[in-house]
Design a protein around this ligand. Structure first.
Ligand code: CAA
Length: 261
């Protein structure tokens, strides 16, 4: 794995952990962090020895406290266009990565930080987390996908309330609103995320990657088109050794040994 200036990446037993590493700025997303995220997730997507990824933030205080506000101070419209485009590419590299990506959120998860977590497959957070889209406090609005991904996840009225008021939700509220899959004790967050990741790693990787693609693409479609996408994708899995192995293992009452092919 390449070295990244703004990320700490470890890989152990097919599980990669990516930490945004700018704790002095509460892991705020400047151009360097965004470029590193785009490249790292593109690299992880290609790495056959990685089956699942945890995305988190370095330090006790923050997952990611948003796009870097200092970097935006003197931006022209053209600079902002490039920054926004880079932000979108970074979020898409996470969202389109063919491995499951789980966000482990602790502390502040704000603005671009929440937008990054929303690009992951699902989010676990510590009970001490604060989540929100506070951009309007700065006279801005969410620009890394938040207007679209949050409203698709929780409905447009709740998304608008969060965006218009800049209110920070507690982890318990964010769970009730359907933003979080699970709220954990702060000391248990990483072990709980790792346990779920390890469980996923036992399953057929090609099936998971196809399921991710069909769910993601299908969300943007009407039901009939989504069902057609599923119907067209499902037969492809029968070309894999993993499918033969999984079905045979069940019938032979033994544990499947998936190889990802
Ligand atoms: N960008 C740049 N630096 C940031 C930052 C950000 N988003 N958030 C925090 N920091 C920096 C602070 O400037 C401070 O730096 P110094 O020590 O050099 O002064 C350091 O991180 C620690 O922050 P605070 O002293 O403010 O810590 P706190 O505990 O008092 O407050 C906080 C924490 C409530 C998260 C507060 O830092 C805050 O409100 N941050 C900004 C949150 C925000 O508005 N995010 C949205 C950004 S805009 C965006 O994301 C646009 C988009 O969609 C593309």
């Amino acid at each position: 794995m390449s070295e990244y200036e703004n990320l700490l990446i470890s890989i152990e037993d097919r599980l990669a952990t990516v930490k945004v590493n700018r704790p002095k700025a509460l892991n705020a997303l400047n151009g360097g962090v965004l470029a590193d995220l785009e490249q790292a997730f593109t690299e992880l997507d290609q790495k056959s020895e990685v089956g699942c990824i945890i995305l988190t933030g370095e330090g006790e205080k923050s997952f990611v406290a948003g796009a870097d506000i200092a970097a935006m101070k003197t931006m022209t419209v053209l600079d902002a266009q490039k920054f926004c485009d880079l932000g979108h590419r970074a979020m898409l590299a996470v969202e389109n990565c063919r491995k499951p990506v789980i966000a482990a959120v602790h502390g502040f998860c704000l603005g671009g930080g929440l937008e990054l977590a929303l690009a992951c497959d699902f989010i676990f957070a510590s009970g001490a987390s604060k989540l929100g889209l506070p951009e309007v406090n700065l006279g801005l609005f969410p620009g890394f996908g938040g207007t679209q991904r949050l409203s698709r996840l929780i409905g447009k009225n709740r998304a608008k309330e969060l965006i218009y008021t800049a209110r920070m939700l507690s982890a318990a509220e964010a769970f009730q609103w359907g933003i979080l899959n699970r709220v954990c004790e702060p000391s248990d967050l990483l072990s709980e995320v790792e346990a779920v990741a390890k469980d996923i790693l036992k399953k057929g990787p090609v099936a998971i990657s196809l399921a991710k693609e069909v769910v993601n693409r299908g969300t943007d479609l009407d039901l009939t088109s989504g069902l057609t996408l599923e119907k067209n994708s499902f037969p492809l899995i029968f070309a894999t050794q993993d499918c033969k192995e999984g079905v045979s293992a069940f019938l032979e009452k033994r544990k499947a040994q998936f190889k990802g092919n």
